[in-house]
Design a protein around this ligand. Sequence first.
Ligand code: 1CP
Length: 333
Amino acid sequence: MSLIKKCIINKDVSYKPVWLMRQAGRYLPEFRAIRKKNQNFISLCLNTKLVPEITLQPIKRFDLDAAIIFSDILMIPYGFGQNVIFNKGLGPELGIFDKSNFSNINEKDFKKKLDPIYNSIKITSKNEILKNKDLIGFVGAPWTLLVYIINRASPKKNINKNFFNDQSLIDKLLRFLVKYIKIHILNQIKSGATIIQVFDSWAGLLEEEDLGKYIYAPTKEIIDFIRTLNVPSICFPRNIKNYKKFVTTVKPDVISIDYNVNPEKILEEIDIPVQGGLNPEKLLEDKATLKQEVKKYLKVFKNHPYIFNLGHGVLPETNPNMVEYLIKFIKDN
Ligand code: 1CP
């Protein structure tokens, strides 16, 4: 059994496994060299020669316990036939999505469009370097994908005021998303993904009264589905206010926390394995500051099953030497 699975399934507290969100990508010079030659991000995510290489870049450098497949949550809207472009510095830009789009969505075309991802997972999972390590597959949660599809851009800048105007469109899209997220998960697992993480990056945008419909019910359906496949699930509902309610309602195997969460409070409230928390900005500071902060998380979760990770992705300006220092420090403690 892999060390992460020992933590999740056996609730082993003696070893703290580690991987980092966005461990493949932006901050690594070997990734930047590939990215420079591959300006189209979607095509890069569909490149079965480069995706396994990028996925394994951090594993070659650092003593990590898992690789995460190099892909993006917006490959699902791409699989729906929606236009998706990644502009440098501006974030993603998506084409119009209205009722007419539904007639173009079908399982055969979706699978065909995303097939290179599944082939990359097959190739990557067979690499010797991942022996006894996990290969993490992932999806965006229904709510977060709904936000990108309807808003057509990151909600970081602004959210379309007419977002909920066409309620029948939203309701139908939510049902389509749950169905196709499950298909995407199943195909990743069949290809060799051994854990699934569900990213709900924009969970924090909703008010309490809307959580049931847009977060709890659809995410629970996905988590229940992953459970039938005997694969552990990790949920990352970023900025959600009530973790206890989320965990008891959705019932993931692991809850991943962001850097605004007080780890001591989580420990009091939650009895399932926990992942993450460290503010990625700590990797931009000096080693002593980083060490102090890491120690805090290791101390709080000393007697609790805990997967070390960050509270969000590795920042592009991070020095890879600091990542190396971080991982060595965790392994030596
Ligand atoms: O080189 C570049 O310009 C591309 C930058 C980049 C990378 C490296 C994007 C664009 N996506 C990715 C890969 C990626 N995205 C991974 C790969 C595996 C790894 O973690 O190493 C993963 C898991 C994601 C997930 C993802 N994509 C999320 C969820 C996590 C989060 O950041 O909250 C989201 C919201 C996206 C959408 C996305 N992809 C890329 C951008 C710029 C954005 C928009 C972010 C925003 O709205 O602010």
